[in-house]
Design a protein around this ligand. Structure first.
Ligand code: IMP
Ligand code: MG
Length: 186
């Protein structure tokens, strides 16, 4: 059977096994670093970070809370972020005095995470760090400190494993590169 995503897929960039292996390593590293934390909280950036969060948290052995933050950038197209970012859905819980770990799918220009870092730091947590599954570092416009990176990737549009292609295919168990021809012919 031909699956709906296949016509958009140029190649699998990171397969399921590689994702699992790397996320296990990240979980171990985070577990060591926060072994003595009195209050670790993972903050998942919706929607893209959700698959990564659920897999990552199962590899973290330190007791922790989770919460969700939905942000979007407005202006320009759906595949590129702008400097103007807003909160669509805020956290439910208090972050004062906690060790926050922001869990994100991908960092591109850096605008989104710069905004999130500024908002979180203003709320007086004990610490804030970033954990991103993917880093397109060649695209960075705003420098931001990243403590944990799953994979550095080239400047290609990717989808799957939480990342969307026009809001679909977040469920794919791998990260794939989009076939540009399939997009321009729509
Ligand atoms: P930034 O603000 O430019 O760093 O963009 C970050 C956001 O853009 C991510 O949270 C994603 O939602 C989206 N994004 C950037 N690159 C890609 C991609 O290759 N595939 C899917 N979404 C992407
Ligand atoms: Mg997106």
């Amino acid at each position: 059977m031909t699956m709906a995503y296949e016509r958009y897929l140029k190649e699998v960039l990171i397969d399921e096994v590689s994702l699992k292996r790397r996320i296990t390593e990240l979980g171990q590293e985070i577990s060591r670093d926060y072994a003595n934390s009195p209050g670790l909280m993972l903050i998942c950036i919706l929607k893209g970070g959700v698959m990564f969060l659920t897999d990552l948290m199962r590899q973290i052995e330190v007791p922790h809370e989770i919460d969700f933050l939905a942000v979007s950038s407005y202006g320009r197209g759906a595949r590129e972020s702008t400097g103007r970012v807003r909160i669509d859905m805020d956290l439910r819980d208090e972050v004062v005095g906690k060790d926050l770990l922001i869990v994100e799918d991908i960092i591109d220009s850096g605008y989104t995470l710069k905004f999130v870092m500024d908002v979180m730091n203003a709320r007086h947590p004990n610490s804030v760090r970033i954990c991103t599954l993917l880093d397109k570092s060649s695209r960075r416009t705003i420098p931001i400190p990243i403590h944990y990176t799953g994979f550095e990737i080239e400047d290609k549009f990717v989808f799957g494993y939480g990342l969307d292609l026009d809001e679909k295919f977040r469920n794919l168990p791998f990260v794939g590169v989009v076939r540009e021809e399939a997009l321009s012919s729509e």
